[in-house]
Ligand binder design. Structure first.
Ligand code: NAG
Ligand code: ZN
Length: 665
């Protein structure tokens, strides 16, 4: 793994050098014929009269099964120089990097068979259509994964011919090995095989899409936006009705790789997705019960740009910080609005609302990563109940608040009003994790044995702008920080045991969404009331109902006094008892009666929806590609922003950039 990564990194350097050399060459000795000249009858060269076989001298096509080629090639390029300056050739030189190993070397070689076609007896021998078709079939998903159109010069009908026309197989040199491999491995390979290795961006996207396709009745992928460099932030979800919120069905999310160099969580979520799919298909009753009753969302990588940087250094070797930040050098877990200091400030005011707190306007003046905005938008769009944010570098589960109640105290126990629920959730993860729950004191630095493997974030070390505090104070969702181990970038041989250690914990935390109570709030006529408030006596943190009046309130076992209220309705209170051994949530519905607003004082109820105020997040398009974060809205950069991240690879080509690689263009 290490040597492979190093080689990749050095290859990239060579590649950039080569590109530069090509561009410099272009400046110094640009070909005398410009595209279009020929059509106008200008610039007829000697080669046109008597074409004959010549030696193929293209650097990126030096390993073909034949040595002779001819000009013009199948794209009507007339000289070696013309080919080398073409965007088609540049694409072949970078495609391995872009697809990160998928479809290589076949794709390059088949492309070469068009750019440097085989020549025999001074005539072109075209490549076989069958080869092109099977290549397209296996490589199309990799192109889809990076949002790239299939290159026009690999059009199987245009540039390839059938056997009856005397084609040749450009991949014949590779065939011998491939046949042996596919015969031995293919039949025994079980459908459900999970590869416990690291996944590049392209490989991750491809695994997630293939998994969703295999389990299409219970799974779906969707993007919540793009990273700074334009990579999709892809989520895979599992639910019996994927793509939709269902009445009373709780929603759960896992977020991995927020710090780009903390990669174990990313891999675990890729494995978890495959595991959920296979086990559901195999009839595993527990997995079926989970998916039948829960909607689960997995975002394996919140920081794919940072990951790429960390992966260049490679496993086992990674520096403590390289790749932690996003491409703008922003630490995503310090980039969320700080609602915690506001909470600590107003907690003494009896009537202050301490939940669903609005984002302070000053926040929008700071530098905000597109990854942060995309996640905030996602948090608001779905009524999540529990979340786990997967990190690395230590072995502990921490829970809010992360920001100390005293700004100058860097290690100070700073609990939320839901301290007991958070403890219960954190202990659930630890209980099933053999290393987290072990009594061994030798860990990564921190020693959490005396606290049972869990810790309040601010008591560990205080920081502001974290995702978990924001999640709790702005939405209904309770988020834990899962520190999965000392090694931020474990070597490949450690991944399988890490999966074994975390699998049960990951599943049991999901099952916790069924603790506490849930129900529907309606008016007297049976109409659901959205954004009604569910309050519990003794816990100063209300939960609000979702679009169809449904809510979930996590609670520990015991007796609770629960109320529902909404603006313009009377308040209804119920006393409930939750048994110590809960397997499913208690169902508590409320019917609220309309009251005359003028006769009552609604101290804590704010009529207008807090999110309905002016809020820049509403206008933020998480899918636009922000190539230049410092620029304002609009302007001439707008068109450029829509381009995928790999577009920058071709920036040197200026006007001749391969627009045919852009989809819908
Ligand atoms: C889950 O739902 C499917 C489809 O309705 C059903 O066939 C299966 O028996 C259910 N399994 C469990 C454990 O609830
Ligand atoms: Zn981290």
């Amino acid at each position: 793994m290490f040597s492979l990564q190093t080689k990749k990194a050095s290859m990239k350097k060579t590649l950039i050098g080569t590109l530069l050399a090509i561009i410099l060459g272009l400046v110094q000795s640009s070909p005398s014929c410009l595209p279009g000249d020929r059509a106008l009858g200008r610039c007829i060269s000697a080669t046109e009269e008597k074409a004959s076989c010549i030696d193929n001298a293209l650097g990126y096509c030096d390993d073909l099964a034949y040595s002779k080629t001819i000009f013009p090639n199948l794209l009507d390029h007339r000289t070696r120089g013309e080919i080398e300056f073409s965007s088609e050739y540049i694409l072949l030189s970078v495609i391995d990097n872009l697809l990160q190993g998928e479809c290589n070397p076949d794709l390059r070689i088949v492309g070469c068979s068009v750019l440097a076609p085989r020549c025999e007896k001074n005539k072109v021998v075209k490549p076989c259509r069958k080869v092109c078709e099977s290549l397209k079939k296996s490589c199309q998903p990799a192109f889809d994964a990076i949002d790239m159109a299939w290159p026009y010069f690999l059009d199987c009908d245009r540039f390839f011919v059938g056997e009856e026309e005397g084609c040749h197989d450009p991949l014949e040199k590779l065939r011998v090995n491939i046949d042996v491999v596919s015969e031995e491995v293919a039949p025994q390979m079980p459908n459900t095989f999970i590869h416990f290795n690291h996944h590049s961006y392209t490989q991750m996207i491809s695994v997630l899409k293939k998994t969703a396709a295999r389990c299409s009745h219970i799974s779906k992928t969707y993007s919540i936006g793009r990273s700074f460099e334009g990579k999709e932030l892809l989520v895979i979800e599992f639910s019996t009705n994927p793509g939709q919120h269902e009445l009373l069905k709780p929603e759960f999310r896992y977020i991995g790789n927020m710090h780009g160099n903390e990669v174990l969580g990313r891999e675990l979520l890729i494995y978890l997705a495959q595991y959920l799919c296979s086990e559901y298909l195999l009839g595993n009753a527990r997995i079926q019960a989970i998916i039948n009753t829960t909607r689960i969302h997995l975002l394996p990588s919140m920081n794919p740009d940072g990951y790429d940087l960390a992966a260049e250094e490679g496993a086992g070797y990674n520096g403590w910080t390289s790749g932690r930040l996003n491409a703008q050098n922003i630490d995503l877990n310090r980039n969320f609005p700080d609602l915690t200091s506001e909470f600590h400030k107003i907690i003494k005011m009896r009537s202050a609302r301490l939940d669903h707190m609005p984002i302070p306007e000053s926040y929008w003046d700071s530098k905000i990563a597109p990854e942060t905005k995309a996640v905030m938008k996602w948090m608001r769009a779905i009524p999540f109940v529990i979340s786990g944010s997967l990190h690395g570098g230590d072995l502990v589960v921490s829970y809010p608040y992360d920001f100390s109640k005293h700004p100058l105290e860097e290690k100070m126990f700073s609990p939320t009003p839901d301290e007991k629920v958070f403890q219960l959730l954190a202990k659930t993860y630890v209980a099933s994790h053999p290393l987290m729950s072990s009594k061994a004191t030798e860990r990564c630095g921190g020693n959490f044995v005396s606290k049972g493997g869990i810790i309040n974030g601010a008591e560990w070390y205080s920081f502001s702008g974290g995702m978990s505090d924001f999640s709790y104070l702005h939405t209904n969702c309770f988020e834990l920080t899962l520190e999965l181990g000392c090694d931020k970038f474990p070597t490949e041989d450690e991944l399988y045991s890490a999966w074994q250690d975390n699998k049960e914990s990951l599943l049991s935390l999901i099952e916790m969404v069924h603790r506490g109570i849930k129900g529907i709030v309606k008016d007297e006529y049976g109409n659901p009331i959205k954004k009604a408030r569910i309050s519990v006596k003794g816990i100063r943190h209300d939960i609000t109902t979702a679009e169809n009046g449904d809510y979930w309130r996590l609670l520990i076992p015991g007796v609770h006094i629960v109320s529902a209220e909404a603006f313009g309705y009377s308040k209804v209170t119920k006393k409930i008892t939750l048994p110590a051994k809960m397997t499913k949530p208690g169902r508590v519905d409320f019917v609220l009666k309309r009251v005359d607003i003028n006769n009552r004082k609604f101290d804590r109820l704010v009529p207008e929806d807090i999110y309905d105020r002016f809020d820049p997040l509403d206008r933020f398009d998480p899918h636009s590609h922000n190539n230049n974060g410092e620029q304002g809205e609009g302007g001439e950069l707008t068109a450029e922003r829509e381009k995928p991240w790999w577009w920058s690879y071709f920036s040197m080509l200026g006007q001749n950039r391969p627009v045919w690689l852009l989809k819908n263009n």
